[in-house]
Ligand binder design. Structure first.
Ligand code: DC
Length: 230
């Protein structure tokens, strides 16, 4: 059977990665979490004081980009791929609120996007990939055979993210998480380079009130229909 490219875009905490992982598993496709790549660059920027302090040094970060290498390696315990920054597994550290608070600023830098988009296009060049992010259907794979655009209310998304962080032992308040979700929405949707927009040919899913299983069934059936025709 012919392989296709599946692009899943949408706002933060809309469950993109849950659906993308399930879809990749069921189809035996590769799953690529592009948000993890932006988060890993943001972590690098934090560690080297390019962001997060009183002054932001974007020029410094751009100059340091050749020093940054990102890879994914399968984690046999979770069955998912972990992201590595210059050989170090940073999968857990990139999910903290400290990184979430600066990642949109880093993801708005054109040179960062150029570098990561190039790597993402290489990773998906053989098709048989499910990639999630903000610009997959518009910039990375504008010819993807299946494009999904996920939305949900900011309040529902903040509840989901809050629960995740609490489960991981972070000390955060719901209001702090809601503020971060809303601020990231604003920066991601209004940045000049590749803002978060729905591709014209993407199917929109508002999952504020839809369970994961129902969503997955519907999306999987879309994928099967396209794969059969490909
Ligand atoms: O999906 P996420 O919340 O892990 O993404 C982290 C940030 O990275 C998000 O605020 C926007 C940015 N991002 C992006 O600009 N383009 C992508 N393809 C993926 C993520």
């Amino acid at each position: 059977m012919k392989k296709i490219t599946i692009a899943i875009d949408g706002f933060s905490s809309t469950g993109k990665s849950t659906i993308a992982k399930q879809l990749a598993k069921k189809l035996s496709y590769v799953y690529v979490d592009t948000g993890a790549m932006y988060r890993a660059v943001a972590l690098y920027a934090l560690r080297n004081d390019y962001v997060g302090g009183e002054e932001t040094n974007i020029d410094g970060l751009v100059a340091a980009l050749p020093e940054i290498t990102l890879n994914f390696k399968k984690n046999n315990a979770t069955g998912n791929a972990d992201v590595f920054l210059n050989g170090e597994n940073v999968e857990d550290e990139i999910r903290t609120l400290r990184v979430s608070n600066v990642v949109s600023v880093v993801a708005a830098v054109s040179e960062v996007r150029q570098k990561l988009v190039e790597q993402q296009q290489k990773m998906g060049s053989e098709k048989g990939v499910v990639m999630d992010g903000r610009d997959i259907g518009t910039v990375v794979f504008p010819d993807a055979e299946l494009k999904l655009f996920m939305t949900a209310s900011a309040y529902k998304r903040a509840v989901r993210r809050y629960k995740e962080l609490i489960d991981k032992g972070e000390t955060v308040s719901y209001d702090e998480v809601l503020k971060n979700v809303q601020e990231r929405d604003r920066i991601d949707a209004t940045r000049e380079d590749s803002p978060l927009v729905k591709a014209e040919d993407a199917i929109e899913f508002d999952n504020s009130d839809m369970g994961i299983e129902e969503q997955f069934e519907r999306i999987y059936n879309f994928a099967l229909r396209i794969i059969e025709k490909a």
